[in-house]
Design a protein around this ligand. Sequence first.
Ligand code: IFM
Length: 455
Amino acid sequence: MSLHLPHRSALAYGAATASYQIEGASTEDGRGASIWDTFAARPGTVRDGSDGSVACDSYHRYEEDADLVAGLGVGWYRFSIAWPRVLPEGTGRVEARGLDYYDRLVDALLARGVSPTATLYHWDLPQALEDRGGWLERSTAEAFAEYAIVVHERLGDRVGVWATHNEPWCAAYLGYAAGIHAPGRREGGAAHRAAHHLLLGHGLAAAHLHEAGVSDVGIALNLAPFWPESPDAVAATDGIDAIRNRVWLGPLVDGAYDAGLLVVAPELADPAVVRDGDLELVRGSADWIGINYYTPFRPTLADPALETHPEVDAYPGATPVSFVVREPRTDIGWEVEARGLEELLVDTHRRTGLPLVVTENGAAYADDTLQEGAAGVIDDQDRIGYLRDHIAATERARAAGADVRAYIVWTLLDNFEWAEGFTKTFGVVHVDPKDQTRTPKASYHWLAEHVAGAR
Ligand code: IFM
């Protein structure tokens, strides 16, 4: 068991979850309100009207969940920390009982031979900070660094691999432009400010973690392969590629926003927002990059005949595009194409030169409609096929020279899938929403066998 990034000699395995999606206990032990509590309470925001107040009740069932991780035989568990459990008002007063929970969780993992890797921000911003402007304000980045120090002080002796943010593109653009994630604001180009402040928060937190002796600080990005459907969509694709991919990689690698990005996001050329030294701080701040991959995107010039993509407003300033989605698709409507993962890993390693981790990959399938197998197991063969193909794609990327250290499946448990509520299930373990009973699916057993065989 190691507390450092796995060695490159063999692909390591892990399972991932996120605090708001699994913990529940949303008012327990002094936890403050998060933007997802507030957003989900607004009618019409979450498909089934649900929220994360109970979710998988992992706050109380973490020992059982640690058993499930250990049963998979994976070396890593990637969880996230709920900022409002630790700092209920976002800054200032620390809630020791919140930290105690993560302390217990980390110990439960270590006792089972599983290395913990913690993500500091998987979208549950303290509502108190949103009330002061949220990620549109620079002060939120500064508060994030304060929070990172507090968490590291408590867990740093047992957690060595840290991710600052998970999918900051979603936090910035689904949250502040498209308005389909918390806090549900539709601020257009101002969302680019949120992106900058998320990056700045990453840079400030990474500097503190490095100072404290951490050598494995990363950031999990949902970079996307864009495959324009037709030659006339190429120019528009450049604009969305800038907002989805280059807005993160440019500062992390070059310490700069590129000229093409500044055309669609002039807000990032404003010296009052991007202050002297910000981009220098971000440059070189990541020791590894996490890749969250589900599907490729095939842009075409906005075609009203295509289904309207819910993310259509998430690229403010860029020429609007539609996305062609080919078959086969998962239950959430995302095309299944493992080649996208291979390409992304090879390209991102080439671009960054950094070690990579597949921090998320998995598929939503409507398991409830599947037959109970003979052994009482949910026979999710489609998910097994998806995982098998994407693990193979990861191995191909490694063979092509991409330094990919680990493959972490999304997700351990069926859980609260954000604006989709509990209607879309990605877990290798079924969770009964009525009583939170856990039932490993066939994909859980398949993955356990695969991991054992890979050792
Ligand atoms: O459930 C989410 C996760 O929280 C972030 N990445 C994508 C997953 C599936 O939508």
